[in-house]
Design a protein around this ligand. Structure first.
Ligand SMILES: Cc1ncc(COP(=O)(O)O)c(C=O)c1O
Length: 484
């Protein structure tokens, strides 16, 4: 057997008789059939076998085995109802769940094949734009969550800035926001080559206002991003003040800098809890907003919304036309194929609850958050953070004094004693020495659960006061991020 001309011949393979693939498969299949027969009669063959984890499995397994294998993994997971770290929905009504299950096979992007799903998306966009006081006809997009919405909003800001700066070929764009934003804003800047101008926080000041922003805005600022309901403490930036300063900059310096409001959590909270507090298109410089349907829109994960004030705020260069799917369609997304179930689930919630329903549910959450806050305050160990201000339905708090243990110890103790997932985390610079704990109070945290949680926190403090802080190895198992 010769090699390729000019290359040395490969060494001869050793002459050893090995089993053929056919023989190996027959042996495997015979053994497996027996195992499957036993499993079908007596249980699950993964009771005694290692599960596939690395190599692509040579053969499959019965559906029941696969189901049990995957389901059993859940046993060691946290219980979503006890997850007080996440803003994301952990419960929906059975009717909504039926709707979701019935639509899992429908690709959202197939607009030609599923025109009613496309219409439902447009209805949601119009309804949310109305909730956010859009002055007239508008446009927007269904996204995977606020992160995708923010990437698209940022891209539109960048393209519109380019048009404003036509002729200044070596100008480089910047975006102004506070240290209180979610990490997605820094991601946007890095992924799409925009200079982040981040206003640092300070101990005791965890949101930003007009005086912070004005210093950083110049002719290359593509926009300012303000947060409605921060990930860290649930408060809002001074959006009215920022809007006013941008109007002043427009009048004095002729710079028309758009304001984007990141309402990932707050977009479905403020309209119901603080309807008279403007943050949306009632403010002139607010040109776009995002909101996560899967947070206080009360839908399971996988849905977000980007809403523009007017059609002209969406840079039209970002909208692509395609006709692969049977009719010419416009696409303005970072991904293409995706599920349609959550769009339908969002529409279900909008029509099922309306203003009255969302207000009722949000007020219940707020009432329970206040009860929890009062109980924590009464214990005497904690300082509450801004419970008297407009805030998401949550309680942000920290230990008032050094008792020989810290917030990370308490997070560990609570999870060890009762399985509560209540995160402890440090704030962004320049408040990085401040540690906070935060409990989201969602629809499923009833008054009874609030009372139990408060008691458990008190008990955990008592345990820690006796035994001291958690061991390093214990601490490694706790949530040390703000959740999302
Ligand atoms: C203020 C804020 N913006 C953006 C995001 C990202 O949202 P999503 O998880 O929907 O992508 C979050 C998530 O918690 C957030 O709190």
């Amino acid at each position: 057997m010769g090699g390729r001309p000019g290359l040395p011949s490969p060494p001869e393979a050793p002459q050893r008789r090995s089993t053929t693939l056919g023989e190996r498969m027959t042996t495997t299949t015979t053994g497996q059939l027996q195992a499957d027969a036993d499993a079908a009669l007596f249980g699950n063959r993964f009771a005694i076998q290692e599960v596939p984890t690395r190599t692509f499995p040579a053969t499959g397994m019965p559906a029941l085995d696969a189901f049990r294998l995957v389901s059993e993994e859940m046993a060691l997971e946290g219980d979503p109802v006890r997850n007080l770290a996440t803003f994301v929905t952990t419960w929906m009504e059975p009717e909504a769940q039926r709707l979701i299950a019935a639509n899992l096979h429908r690709n959202f992007i197939d607009h030609a094949e599923y025109p009613r799903t496309a219409e439902i998306e447009q209805r949601c966009i119009r309804m949310i734009a109305d909730l956010f006081h859009a002055p007239g006809e508008t446009t927007g997009a269904r996204t995977q969550g606020s992160s995708e919405a923010i990437m698209l909003a940022g891209l539109s800001l960048k393209w519109n800035w380019r048009k404003r700066r036509a002729g200044s070929s070596n100008a480089s764009p910047n975006l102004v926001f506070g240290g209180d934003v979610h990490v997605v804003w820094e991601k946007f800047c890095r992924y799409f080559d925009v200079e982040p101008r981040i206003v640092p926080l300070q101990p005791g000041k965890y949101t930003i206002g007009p005086e912070d922003v004005a210093l950083h805005v110049d002719e290359n600022t593509i926009g300012v991003a303000a947060v409605l309901g921060t990930t860290f403490t649930g408060h809002k930036d001074d959006i009215v003040g920022i809007n006013d300063v941008l109007l002043q900059i427009k009048n004095d310096r002729g710079l028309d800098v758009p304001l984007h409001v990141d309402g990932a959590s707050g977009g479905f909270v403020w309209p119901f809890l603080y309807p008279d507090s403007p943050w949306d298109f009632r403010l002139e410089q607010v040109r776009s907003n995002n909101v996560s349907g899967h947070k206080f829109g009360l839908v399971y994960p996988g849905i977000g919304w980007l809403i523009f004030r007017e059609k002209a705020d969406l840079a039209k260069e970002l909208v692509f036309e395609e006709n692969y799917l049977g009719k010419t369609d416009s696409t303005f997304t970072l991904n293409f194929s995706t599920g349609s179930a959550m769009v339908r689930a969002q529409y279900y919630n909008l029509v099922r609850y309306g203003h009255a329903g969302y207000r009722y549910i949000l007020r219940n959450m707020q009432t329970n958050a206040r009860v929890l806050g009062e109980k924590l305050a009464a214990m005497g160990h904690f300082e509450l953070i801004g419970l008297d201000q407009e805030q998401l339905p949550l309680v942000a708090f920290r230990l008032a004094a050094d008792n020989g243990y810290d917030e990370f110890d308490l997070a560990w103790q609570l999870s060890a004693e009762r399985g509560w997932m209540l995160p402890a985390y440090t704030l962004p610079p320049d408040a990085q020495h401040v540690t906070i704990m935060r409990a989201l109070v969602k629809e499923t945290l009833s008054r009874e659960q609030v009372d139990l949680l408060a008691q458990d926190i008190d008990d955990a403090c008592a345990t820690l006061a006796k035994k001291g802080g958690a061991h390093e190895s214990e601490r490694r198992t706790i949530i040390v991020g703000p959740g999302h």
